[in-house]
Design a protein around this ligand. Sequence first.
Ligand code: PLP
Length: 441
Amino acid sequence: MNDKSHVIKPLLGNSYPTAAYGRGVYIYDTDGRAYLDGCSGAVTANIGHGVQEIIQAMQAQAARISFTYRSQFTSEAAEALGAKLAQWAPGDLDYAFFVNSGSEATETALKIALQYWQEQGRPEKRMVLSRWMSYHGITLGALSMSGHVLRRKRFVPLLEDWPVVEPPYCYRCPFGKAYPSCKLACADGLEAALQRIGPDYVAAFIAEPIIGASGGAVTPPPGYYERIREICDRYEILLIVDEVMTGNGRTGKAFGIDHWGVVPDLMALGKGMSAGYTPIAATLVSARLIEVIQNGSRSIMAGHTFSANPQSAAVALAVMNYIETNDLIAQAAERGKQLHTGLKRLMQAHELIGDVRGMGLLCGLEFVQDRISKTPYPLQTCVTERVIEAAKRHGLLVYSAAGAINGQAGDSVIVAPPFTSTSDEITLLLERLDMALADVA
Ligand code: PLP
C-alpha cells in the first residue's frame, strides 16, 4: 500500500498498480508491467487506449471551447452527437438528454417516465418495476430500481421497494423450468406483478438487454423482450432499456435490444459511449414522449452542470465516428464468436466453469463448485476475486459480476475486450485466462 495516498480506493488498505499509459488493448503500469485489458476496464474502453483520432478531437474541441452551460448555449458538438445517436438508435428514440454517468442516465429515464405521466394528469403512475439480479446505478433512484442485493443492502431504508420481477436467468431458472417449455414464465412475471400492484400505479419497467454486473452476461431466451414489450403496451407502462453496458456496439449490434428488434420508450447509455475517453452518458427519449412534454410544461426536470458540455460531446462523437469508419461493430460480432468458442473450450478444461454466455464481445463465465448440481461456491471462498487476482498475475484484466444473487456469492466474471482486439490478442487473452483458471482450481 502506498501510505502517502490520499485517494480513497475500492478496498481500503489494498494496493493497486499505478497506471502509466495505455496503448491499444494494453495498460502499462509505472513498474513497466503490461496488462491485457480483457474487460475494457469496466466494459468501457471499447476502442482501446491511446487512439490518435480521439486525442486529436479532444485537443481540437479544447482549443475552441470546453464548457458551456446548457441553459445558455448549445454547441455544434452536442448537436452533432444528438443527431448521430438518433441515427444509431432504433425506432423513434430521436432525442438525447446528456448526463455524465450511467447512474444519471437511468435516473433521468426514471424522472422523464414519471413526468410523462404527470403531464397527462396521471401522477399516481410513479412506480418503476425492475428485476432481481439487475444493476442500474449507484445513486438512490437508480439503486431503487436495481436488484443487486449486495449494493442495495446498506441503503435499503432509503430505497423504494421496487425490484419485483424474476430475471430471465435460464442457467438457474427461478421457476425451475427450461426453455421453450417454460413458455417465458419470466416475462409473464411482469404481467403478474402489474396485476397485483395495479398498472395505474406503475410508470415503467426497466431492464438491461443482457444482464451485466449482477450476473455476468446473462442472456434472455428468444422471445423474452418481444413479450415484455407487448405486456408494457397492453398495460400502458413505458419500457426503459438500460444499455449502459450493452450499448454502442458491445454485443455486435448498435444496441443490445436490436438483437430482438424491440423499440423501447427510453434508453440509458454510458460507458462505451465515449469509450472512457471522457465522462458522458445519455438518456435517449422517444419522440412521442417529447411531444407530450413539449405540449405540456416544456421542461424536463433533470440535468447536471456538466450536461451536454461540448468537450465530452466532441469526444463521444469522435468515438462513434471511429467505430463507424473502422466497422468496429461488425468486428465486435466477429471477435465475439472467436472469444465465445474459446471460452467454451476452456470450459472443457476447467471444472469450475458452470456456464459460458453472452453476445458479441460481452461474455460471462459463472463458476460453480459442482457442474452437475450447479452448486455455487460458498461466499467466503471468494472464487471470483481469486480468478481476477490470478488473471492479473498473468497480465490479464477481467471484471467481477459477483454478489448480486440473494446476498450469496453468485460467482461470475465478465470478459469483454475492446472491439479493436486482433484475433491474436483474443488468443492471448484465452491463454492467460486458461493459466489463471488453472491456478484457482
Ligand atoms: N447501468 C448498467 C447496466 C451498468 O452496468 C452500470 C455500471 O456498471 C450502470 C448503469 C451505472 O453506470 P455508472 O457506473 O456510470 O454510474
